[in-house]
Design a protein around this ligand. Structure first.
Ligand code: ADP
Ligand code: MG
Length: 498
């Protein structure tokens, strides 16, 4: 599906084309004195951009979230392209989420072999049978893209220098984080005097205000000034600053709106009134913002599943509602990239634009197409990523792991729990990674840009649909996945160049 693959202009897995975009504003490596000046400021950052880490967890201690000293270069053309595209990505996601038949067809095999997706599906089916109480969905989505580098630049999207195009990694419909830490990283990086003159090259980032604005709009649509916005959180929250600043933003914009935080276990005590109002601790809940509930570990017992069902049954506006959650599964993403599918949801010219950011996605379902994909991956595992139906990082398989897993499951329906994707090869850059208690290190990096979107509406009508800011995560080039909390990735921002 990738627009540049068929013409053969992508350089494939082996090329190591480092693009020294940094030349456009500063030279790497930096002088010793400059680095030392930077280091003096780091201890102040946890107040605004802090994290807790699994290995050293202490609820009373925040450590600086890892970040890159310099913003990473990103072509303005590609940045503007994905920003402009976001309302279409929102609309596509919204329409898919509201198409029962499509979701059913996509997930019918997956739910036979993947218990977690099957549990989510069961909730969805229950609601379809009982009838949906709250027609409005709040989508706070994030479309993640990577630059894909091309050598010859002969295809239609990456014909011109710097011979790169954006390819979508995934669309997140639940717990799309970094609405606070994304913009914060630019504040940290702008702190350095030398780049202030170039600050216009670091685009304004209104992610936090826009995402919280979406929650406030949904709260207003619920029409009960006494009802609260509820964040559903993990038992232990590592990415605490990111979450808390969403809460502070809502409070500062609308001091009359009360925000509460509950985990799924606490929510098993919530009750539903006869007219399906969700009540917890004597508060009526207007909006439910899930920052948890996307992985099996968040549901240790049946009580947590019961809590999720109660919330879905309620008239609270959910972010996401169960069908939005299902629309964000990897299997649905793969099915959407199949021939002729996007056209079912968008106008032909819009579909064309969205499809340009897709890379190859392949079904592993039993059958001829699935068999072909299995063979292709076993023959060239380094060209692909093998993805189960999981969110939150650290679940995908790469290289030899793909070969071993597919050899093991190729004749079993277990393979239907996975999808296969072309591995995107982003251009490399050099940057300084700053991590707590470690010396600043110059490393080789690749970046992933997240574009936020807000979409509010019912099956019939979308009332809000907009681009809502961005975030950039950068990781060491030699790691497969760069979770920020895991320490392999770090906060970053874009420095646009033409
Ligand atoms: P999750 O839901 O766990 O975030 P993703 O699909 O976003 O799943 O994959 C996690 C990470 O794996 C991404 O952030 C990216 O670093 C890497 N990754 C995923 N898909 C690809 C791909 N097609 N090419 C290269 N890297 C990928
Ligand atoms: Mg992801």
């Amino acid at each position: 599906m990738a627009s540049c693959n068929p013409s053969g202009c992508c350089d494939g897995v082996t090329a190591k084309l480092t693009i020294f975009f940094f030349g456009c504003y500063c030279k790497v490596p930096l002088s010793h004195g400059l680095l030392a000046a930077q280091e003096r400021d780091y201890p102040e950052w946890p107040n605004r951009a802090g994290m807790r880490y699994r290995a050293s967890y202490d609820p009373n201690i925040l450590e600086m979230a890892p970040f890159f000293l310099l913003p990473s270069s990103f072509p303005k053309r590609e940045f503007e392209r994905v920003v402009k595209l976001q309302p279409l990505v929102n609309e596509l996601t919204h329409r898919i989420a509201h198409n029962y038949e499509f979701l059913k067809e996509c997930l019918k095999n997956t739910i036979k072999v993947d218990d977690f997706t099957a549990r989510l599906w069961k909730i969805y089916e229950t609601l379809q049978t009982e009838g949906v109480t709250q027609e409005v969905s709040l989508g706070l989505v994030r479309s993640d893209v990577m630059l894909s580098q091309c050598m010859a630049g002969t295809c239609s999207t990456c014909r011109n220098p710097p011979y790169v195009t954006c390819h979508q990694v995934e669309v997140n419909t639940i717990a799309s984080g970094f609405g606070h830490l994304g913009p914060s990283s630019a504040l940290i990086q702008r702190h350095d005097d030398r780049r202030r003159t170039h600050s216009y090259m670091m685009p304004e980032n209104t992610a936090l205000a826009d995402l919280c604005g979406g929650m406030i709009t949904a709260w207003e649509m619920y029409s009960n000034p006494k009802a609260v916005i509820m964040f559903v959180v993990e038992d232990v929250t590592y990415n605490i600053c990111d979450q808390r600043f969403h809460e502070y933003e809502i409070r500062s914009k609308r001091p009359d709106i009360y925000v509460i935080r509950k985990n799924l276990t606490q929510l098993s005590k919530a009750t539903l009134t006869d007219d399906k109002r969700l009540i917890i601790d004597d508060c009526e809940v207007a909006v439910i913002y899930f920052r948890a509930g996307y992985e099996p570990g968040h549901y240790p017992t049946e009580a947590e599943w019961d809590a999720r069902l109660s919330m879905e049954r309620s008239r609270a506006i959910k972010c996401p509602s169960i069908h939005y959650h299902l629309a964000g599964t990897k299997k649905v993403q793969q099915a959407v990239a199949s021939k002729g599918v996007v056209e079912k949801f968008l106008q032909p010219e819009e579909a064309l634009l969205v499809k340009q950011i897709f890379t190859g996605l392949y079904t592993l379902d039993k059958g001829e197409m699935g068999d072909r994909a299995v063979k292709m991956a076993i023959d060239n595992p380094e060209k692909f990523v093998l993805k189960p139906q999981r969110e939150g990082g650290g679940n995908n398989l790469y290289g030899n792991e793909i070969k071993e897993e597919l050899e093991r499951i190729k004749d079993s329906s277990e393979r239907e729990a996975y999808i296969l994707m072309d591995r995107i090869q982003p251009p490399l850059q050099n940057n300084y990674v700053v991590r707590p208690r470690e010396p600043v290190r110059l490393v080789e990096t690749v970046s992933e840009l997240g574009i936020f979107g807000v979409c509010i509406g019912t099956a019939e009508k979308i009332v809000v649909n907009k681009f809502a800011g961005h975030m950039l995560r950068t990781k060491l080039s030699n790691v497969n996945e760069g979770g920020v909390a895991a320490g392999l990735g770090a906060l970053d921002s874009v420095f646009l160049f033409e």
